[in-house]
Design a protein. Sequence first.
Length: 371
Amino acid sequence: MDDLTPDDKARYARHLTLPQIGEAGQAQLKASRVFAVGAGGLGSPALLYLAAAGVGHLTIIDDDTIERSNLQRQILHADQDVGESKAESAMIRLKKLNPSIALEIHSVRLTSENALNLLAGHDIVIDGTDNIPTRYLVSDACEILGIPWVYGSIYQFEGQVSVFNLEGGANYRDLFPTPPPPEAVPSCEEGGVLGVLPGVIGSIQATEAIKVLLGIGEPLRGRLLVYDALEMSMRTLNFSTIEREPITELIDYEGFCGTKTRSLPFREIRPSEYISRKKEGWNPLFIDTRNDIEAGIVTLPGTDALIPHMDILMANLPKDRDIVCYCRSGDRSGMAAYALVQSGYDEARLYNLAGGVHAWHIEVDASVPKY
């Protein structure tokens, strides 16, 4: 275990006076290795506090870049970082906060091919993803490697935290044995999120990680903490392991969770191609599959109707006309197009606007806001 330097003793003085931590505990933190999946809303506060607490090695994986809409809650990043790698931005910020810790970054996506190699050798994993397939991947990889991980989830005004796979305890699959349908899992970009909410949940995740690393207190093992910001309430739900086969290998998690929308039977069309074909006389129905709040932020020109993707089959759209569906990024509109195909619409006449409003901003009109 690494000895504390004079600078360490000065920096972590308030930890050293805590009987539950002391010099031995601080040295344990210095020797610890934490892997963070994501440097966004949840990863920002968790990483800031773990770095400040003196965790000796932080590994960060995030393949995303910073958008202006991230700055409302992703406090690792600043205005001048827009367009930059989240992983690289996080490394720069954390190094300024605590130059004495080691930082390792991977600006790639966590996949079934790289997860076991990347996570191996770490003491605990912090879940900062809003992606269900990645969460099952983290759960299974940690079960195979025997690493505990701290789950965090946020939506609008509510958040959840739990500690999984601690000393062979309950895991994510014990709480959620099967993934929900993709259309039942709105993301923060679709449903919104209170800016301070990930700060609360991410800080609790950092707290739980420190407790596990030091072996102190009662971690949220077998318990799901549910936080409601509007009611300012917390409640804890107990759960236990279920009878199931142990995880021995990683799988195709996009397929497992049913999120491979790009392979579904409808056509993809880029905004630039859509505009080009419109100029040539093409006249499809242009359907916005978002909600009315998002439509109030921006509606693409030529939109014929606003029909949320969950209601698309109730709209009685004509079957003898081409239809182009769009949303913010192309995911919900893809679900809408798929639902129409499944209900008997001609797949040759159904199109999904690839990239949605975001791609329109890039390819057609930069004045269209990216939200």
